[in-house]
Design a protein around this ligand. Structure first.
Ligand SMILES: Nc1nc2c(ncn2[C@@H]2O[C@H](COP(=O)(O)OP(=O)(O)O)[C@@H](O)[C@H]2O)c(=O)[nH]1
Ligand SMILES: [Mg+2]
Length: 262
């Protein structure tokens, strides 16, 4: 058997002569060319059914594209990495017990900058305006001139493992310098878990921080019975940070809230 003929010893491919003296075009021993398969009845049926399956389907695949308007809610670590790949971003770490006033600090910063009341700084841009609006909304509803009792809601994250960042670009009025800030709004429970059990996996981003705010509740500091305990906890937190930061030394800033009351 050789070439196009299945009959042992036939040399029709070389000589053009059939070993059984038949017409080579109609001899049963000749192999059908592969293209001939498409012409038999069964293949016709399957290709017709394939064509029917595609009837009404889009002719071209839809190109993937980014949504026209980004969501402007808090930014995840991936969004932050992308932003940091394009420009220098100052990451700020914000730690503090639940209810110490972390979210209120961010709302306060946003309200000051949006009313052009932050000394020497003006608003340039934000990738997370909706997130700022969400946390600042409660502070806008005043009752007959008195401040609302609860200006912010307890911070809860969609994903309890990844921080959500607020982005703010400010411009310094004196020299026009632009500064991008990444401000995380994370639950106070993360700080508690760092102090009590040393859990730091969710706070890894602190290693990239230029500054860390430790937010302290002014009400606790004003209370002589609770003050010492809070001061001792700040010491424990500093020890945990020392281990976590592993040689990096960002600026540590103590931010005391409720100054209006105490
Ligand atoms: N009067 C007053 N209330 C504050 C201040 N800081 C925070 N609060 C209130 O304290 C509560 C807890 O604050 P929040 O920022 O949500 O705490 P977080 O858990 O640390 O984010 C909220 O109801 C705020 O309105 C402050 O400086 N003055
Ligand atoms: Mg909060």
């Amino acid at each position: 058997m050789s070439g196009s003929c299945g009959f042992e010893g036939c040399t029709v491919d070389e000589t053009g002569i059939c070993a059984l003296s038949r017409d080579p075009l109609v001899c049963d021993n000749r192999q059908k060319p592969s293209g001939a398969l498409a012409t038999d009845g069964q293949s016709d049926e399957s290709s017709a059914s394939q064509r029917n399956d595609r009837l009404g389907a889009p002719v071209l695949e839809q190109p993937t594209r980014a949504s026209t308007f980004p969501s402007s809610r808090t930014l995840g670590l991936e969004d932050m990495n992308a932003l940091m790949g394009r420009r220098y971003v100052n990451v700020v770490g914000i730690l503090g017990d639940p209810e110490s006033g972390k979210t209120a600090c961010l709302a306060s910063l946003y309200l000051l900058i949006s009313h052009a009341m932050l000394k020497n700084w003006a608003f340039a841009d934000s990738r997370s305006l909706t997130a700022f609006e969400d946390i600042a909304r409660g502070a806008r509803d005043w009752n007959d001139g008195s401040a609302p009792e609860e200006m912010t809601v307890h911070t809860e994250l969609a994903d309890d493992l990844r921080p959500g960042f607020l982005h703010l670009r400010l411009v310094r009025r004196s020299d026009g310098r632009r500064v991008d800030l990444a401000l995380p709004d994370v639950p106070g429970e993360w700080t508690q878990a760092l102090i009590t059990s040393g859990r730091s996996d969710r706070l890894d981003f602190l290693r990239s921080a230029e500054a860390i705010w430790i937010v302290l509740d002014g009400r606790t500091l004003a209370d002589i019975e609770r003050r010492q305990r809070l001061i001792a906890r700040v010491g424990q937190l500093a020890g945990r940070l020392n281990a976590l930061l592993d040689g990096n030394s960002p600026r540590l800033i103590l931010v005391v809230t409720h100054r209006d009351l105490h």
